[in-house]
Design a protein around this ligand. Structure first.
Ligand code: ADQ
Length: 458
C-alpha cells in the first residue's frame, strides 16, 4: 500500500498535551489517513531559528516532521510573499497587495529548502499531497530532485481571475510551477474556470475536460470542495459541552434573537461591511432593535502584518461606535470578542443562534457556513445568511439566504427576512443544506482528491 505524504506550511498533527479533540476537520481527515497509511506530515515548526534540520515525532499514530525558519525566512516567505502578496491578490484585494522582490526571493528560497529536506524521505510508492498558496513551487522543487511520484496540490483559497493574476510580477513563473504536479485541486468550479482561462489566454494551453495541457505537459485540474467532519460536528452540537454553551447564550439573550459571526480576524471576511449591514438593520427597524444582538467572534491572526492590525482597529472603533449609538441600559447591539473557543463550545453557540451571518468578500470555501448548518437543531433550525462570494455558495445556495456582502442594505434585508422566516421554511431550507454538508464532508473531499491523485494518467 502506498503511503500518504502531506506537506503544508503548518503541521496539524496531534501534539502531546493537547488531547486532539480541538482539531478542525482538515486536521482530523488528514491525520486519519496518515495514521492508516503510515504517512508523514511535513511543514514549518512555527518557530524561528537557523537550524534547518527536520525534527521527526510520532504521536497519536501520526508521524510529523517540522523544520524551523529563520527570521528573514518568516518575514519574506510567510508574512511577505504568502500573506502580503498572494493572500490579498488571490482575495481580489489588489489595493492591499505588496510587490517586493525580496518577498518572492524568500518564498522561492524557503520552498527550495523544504523540498530539498523532504525529498530524501519520499519513497517510490508514496502519494505526495501539497497544500495551499505557501507551497506552490514545492512540487517543482521535488521534480528537480528526480522525484517521479504522483504529486498533487490543493489550493484552499480562491484562484483569481486572469486579469488580476497578471498584476503579479512573474505570474507565469508561479503558474508554470503548478505544471510540476499531476493533480491540482480547487475549492469550486469558479476558481477552476479562472485557472482554465489563465492557461488558455496566457500560456497558449488547451483544456479538454479536466486535462490541461501546456507545452506537451498534461495535468489534471479538478474542483474538489472541502467539507467539515460533519458527523462528529453534529454529534458534538447535541452533546453536553455544546448544550451548556447554548444555554449560556440563550440565557444572556433573554428572549432576543442571537445573530452569530465566527471568523479569523481577516479583511477577506467582510467584517466592517457586516457591522455596517447590521447597523443598517438597526436603523431601518427601530421597533426591533432590542430584539436582536450580534455576537461576533474573531480571533486575531497574522498580527505581524499591518493590514491585519488595521482591520482590528477599524472593527474596535466600529463596534464601539455602534454600541455607543444604540445600546440601552439592558442591551448592547454587538458583542465583539477576540478569542478562540473549543469546537464543541462553538457548536453550542451556533445552535443558539437564530442567524448565522457569513459574509466574506471572497473566501475559498468558508467552513463556518457548513459548521453553522451542521450545528442546528433539526426541529427548529436557524437561518444561514451567506455571501455569494464565498466558495461555499456553490453548495449552500440551495438553502441559504444569499446576499451581496458589499451592500449594507442587502445584509439588513437578509437579517429582517431571516428573523421573520416561518419555521416550516427554515426547516425546508436547512434540510437542503444539511444533505450537502453531510454528503460532501471532509472525508469525501479527501477521498475525491486522493482518488484523482492515484488514478493513472490518461
Ligand atoms: P480560513 O480562512 O481560516 O480557512 P474557514 O474555512 O472559515 O476560514 O475556517 C475557519 C475555521 O476556524 C473554522 O473551522 C472555524 O470554526 C475555526 N474558528 C474560527 N474562529 C474560531 C474561534 N474563535 N474559535 C475556534 N475556532 C474558530 C481557509 C480558507 C477557507 C477554507 C479553509 C479550508 O480561507 O476559505 O474554507 O481554508 O480549506
Amino acid at each position: 500500500m502506498s503511503r500518504l505524504i502531506v506537506i503544508s506550511n503548518r503541521v496539524q498533527a496531534p501534539q502531546p498535551g493537547t488531547g486532539g479533540g480541538a482539531q478542525g476537520g482538515l486536521a482530523v481527515a488528514l491525520n486519519a489517513a496518515l495514521a492508516e497509511e503510515d504517512g508523514i506530515w511535513f511543514g514549518w515548526s512555527g518557530d524561528t531559528s537557523d537550524n534547518r534540520e527536520l525534527r521527526f515525532q510520532t504521536y497519536g499514530g501520526v508521524t510529523s516532521a517540522v523544520m524551523d525558519l529563520s527570521e528573514q525566512d518568516v518575514e519574506e516567505y510567510y508574512d511577505g510573499y504568502a500573506n502580503r502578496t498572494l493572500w490579498p491578490l488571490f482575495h481580489y484585494r489588489l489595493d492591499l497587495t505588496e510587490f517586493e522582490r525580496d518577498f518572492q526571493g524568500g518564498y522561492e528560497r524557503v520552498n527550495r529548502v523544504f523540498g530539498e529536506r523532504i525529498g530524501p524521505h519520499i519513497e517510490p510508492d508514496d502519494l505526495v499531497w501539497v497544500h495551499d498558496y505557501h507551497m506552490i513551487p514545492l512540487g517543482w522543487v521535488l521534480r528537480q530532485q528526480g522525484i517521479t511520484n504522483r504529486i498533487g496540490f490543493f489550493l484552499h483559497i480562491p484562484w483569481p481571475p486572469r486579469r488580476l493574476l497578471t498584476a503579479l510580477p512573474d505570474h507565469r513563473r508561479l503558474v508554470e510551477a503548478l505544471f510540476a504536479y499531476d493533480v491540482v485541486g480547487f475549492q469550486n468550479e469558479e476558481w477552476l474556470d479562472s485557472f482554465f482561462n489563465y492557461v488558455k489566454e496566457e500560456m497558449d494551453g488547451t483544456v479538454d475536460g479536466n486535462n490541461v495541457t501546456v507545452g506537451g505537459r498534461t495535468i489534471c485540474a479538478i474542483s474538489c470542495p472541502i467539507g467539515i467532519e460533519a458527523k462528529d460536528f453534529i454529534a458534538g452540537a447535541a452533546g453536553p459541552v455544546a448544550r451548556a454553551a447554548q444555554l449560556n447564550q440563550l440565557e444572556s439573550a433573554v428572549g432576543r434573537s442571537l445573530i452569530v459571526g465566527v471568523d479569523r480576524l481577516d479583511y477577506s471576511k467582510g467584517l466592517p461591511e457586516r457591522f455596517a449591514g447590521y447597523e443598517r438593520f438597526l436603523q431601518n427597524h427601530p421597533d426591533r432593535r432590542a430584539l436582536v444582538y450580534l455576537l461576533q467572534i474573531a480571533p486575531p491572526s497574522r498580527t505581524a502584518v499591518q493590514t491585519y492590525r488595521d482591520i482590528r482597529n477599524n472593527l474596535e472603533q466600529m463596534s464601539g461606535r455602534i454600541n455607543g449609538a444604540y445600546a440601552d441600559t439592558d442591551w448592547v447591539p454587538i458583542r465583539y470578542v477576540n478569542k478562540g473557543y473549543p469546537r464543541e463550545v462553538l457548536a453550542g453557540i451556533y445552535r443558539a443562534a437564530r442567524i448565522g451571518l457569513v459574509t466574506p468578500l471572497r473566501d475559498g470555501m468558508n467552513l463556518v457556513a457548513k459548521e453553522y448548518v451542521a450545528a442546528q437543531d433539526p426541529r427548529d433550525p436557524g437561518v444561514l445568511i451567506l455571501s455569494r462570494f464565498a466558495g461555499a455558495a456553490q453548495q449552500l445556495s440551495v438553502g441559504a439566504l444569499m446576499i451581496n456582502p458589499y451592500s449594507a442594505e442587502d445584509i439588513a434585508d437578509g437579517i429582517d427576512k431571516a428573523l421573520r422566516m416561518p419555521r416550516a421554511e427554515r426547516i425546508d431550507r436547512w434540510q437542503a443544506m444539511i444533505e450537502n454538508v453531510v454528503e460532501e464532508d471532509v472525508i469525501w473531499w479527501r477521498k475525491r482528491f486522493i482518488d484523482a491523485l492515484s488514478a493513472e494518467t490518461q
